[in-house]
Design a protein around this ligand. Structure first.
Ligand code: FAD
Ligand code: A2P
Length: 380
């Protein structure tokens, strides 16, 4: 009896121990389980943003950051690359609203015994608003007074500017022209050109309608060590006079801050010695700058070419073929052609022969020079 009661009592006595063990196991498990859950909770938010960030950088941001690197030069290029001669003024005055300039002087450039009429004419620009500025090698338009046969105002005619941007008096507010009066015979009658006669006849104080400036074909290169070959007939010397003043005229050089160091070679065609234009100035430049200036004349009615015909500038080009083409082979050399349209085939022929003597092909070379902006032509 006693031992049965003891066993029962002993068994009952273990119940709290078993409960305690169960409780311990349960709470320990719960804590671990809770801790695991907590850990899982805190880890998840960290893990999630990592991936989206990676995706965002590679898929969205990467193209954004790379695109400007490759596209930037394409879009910015036009801003950086300035159009050639973009600063050169054009069409400040147009035919509907021309500037009325005052004639300051108008005098003959010819000597006793010369053929025809060629005048140097200067206009005052100081009252122009906007100011009519220009650079060497440009032209202006002149609208002659009066009406044509149909009762309409005369159309403008272009004239090459013969002065530098600083003007003949270096004050920077005049423009000068070199004008030959057009005269020809028709049915036994002498016909005078409308505008050239008007210009040769105007007097100081007269008002003249001026347009422009125009033209970018005959501009000088900026390089101080460029070589400039000039082929001119008659009034074709107008732009060349401006170039030569810019290169060699003392007061002009003080103003222009451009110290020409290259070689300038003028081939000049005139019918008679008395028709040579600006001759005293050119002789002065020869004396002052013997190493930089060369002057070759073709006086058609006083000199003969090798065939016994009139001496033209193309004959002089042939005589100097070797020296001329040595210069042309130098990429710093520019060639300017101005004056009679009729001289173009003759010049081309002479250049072809001159090039052949140097083993060169002028029909290939000329377009190359033109493309390089070294062959400048303005004929009329
Ligand atoms: P118009 O009265 O216009 O008569 C000319 C017309 O007469 C011709 O179109 C033709 O139909 C006819 N004609 C001409 N000659 C003959 C002939 N022998 N036989 C029959 N008919 C004929 N000129 C200069 O003096 N100096 C310059 O610096 C100068 N620069 C110029 C620059 C450029 C860019 C250009 C395009 C021309 C330049 N000229 C220059 C020429 C100028 O523009 C005029 O053409 C020229 O002065 C004649 O104009 P006009 O009004 O006197 O003649
Ligand atoms: P010419 O008239 O004796 O035949 P200007 O304008 O003062 O008359 O000068 C033009 C010069 O150009 C003149 O010596 C003239 O000669 C000359 N000339 C005329 N035709 C040509 C031509 N086709 N090629 C080159 N020079 C020419």
């Amino acid at each position: 009896m006693y031992s049965q009661a003891k066993v029962i009592a002993g068994g009952l006595a273990h119940i709290p121990v078993v409960i305690a063990v169960f409780y311990f196991i349960l709470t320990t498990f719960n804590k671990r389980a809770l801790k695991f859950v907590e850990e899982a909770k805190t880890k998840k938010p960290e893990a999630k943003p990592v991936e989206p960030k990676k995706v965002a950088v590679s898929k969205i941001e990467a193209p954004k950051t790379e695109a400007p690197k490759t596209e930037a030069p394409k879009t910015e290029a036009p801003k950086v690359v300035k159009k050639k001669h973009a600063d050169v003024p054009v069409n400040i005055y147009r035919p509907k609203t021309p500037y009325e300039g005052t004639v300051l002087e108008n005098y003959s450039l010819l000597k006793e015994g010369a053929i025809g009429r060629v005048n140097h004419i200067t206009f005052d620009l100081k009252d122009s608003d906007p100011f009519l500025n220009y650079v060497e090698g440009q032209s202006i338009g002149i609208m002659p007074a009066g009406e044509d046969a149909n009762g309409k105002p005369h159309k403008l005619r272009l004239y090459s500017i013969a002065s530098t941007r600083h003007g003949d008096d270096f004050k920077g507010n005049t423009v000068s022209l070199c004008v030959r009066q057009l005269q020809y015979e028709k049915d036994g009658e002498t016909i005078n050109g409308v505008c050239s006669t008007y210009l040769c006849d105007i007097k100081p104080g007269d008002k003249v309608k001026i347009t422009g400036p125009v033209g970018k074909e005959m501009l000088l290169p900026e390089e101080e060590d460029a070589n400039i070959v000039m082929l001119a007939t008659g009034t074709g010397i107008a732009p060349m006079r401006a170039y030569l003043r810019r290169m060699f005229e003392a007061s002009e050089k003080e103003k222009n801050n451009w110290n020409f160091k290259g070689k300038a070679w003028l081939f000049m065609g005139a019918p008679k010695s008395a028709n040579l234009l600006y001759e005293e100035d050119l002789q002065r430049y020869l004396t002052d700058y013997p190493d930089n200036f060369k002057y070759t004349k073709a006086i058609s009615r006083e000199q003969q070419n090798t065939k016994g015909g009139r001496m033209y500038i193309q004959d002089r080009v042939l005589e100097s073929a070797n020296e001329l083409f040595n210069m042309i082979e130098n990429e710093k050399t520019h060639i300017y052609l101005c004056g009679l349209k009729g001289m173009e085939p003759g010049i081309d022929e002479a250049m072809t022969k001159a090039a052949e003597e140097k083993g060169l092909n002028w029909s290939e070379l000329r377009p190359q020079l033109k493309k390089a902006g070294r062959w400048h032509v303005e004929t009329y």
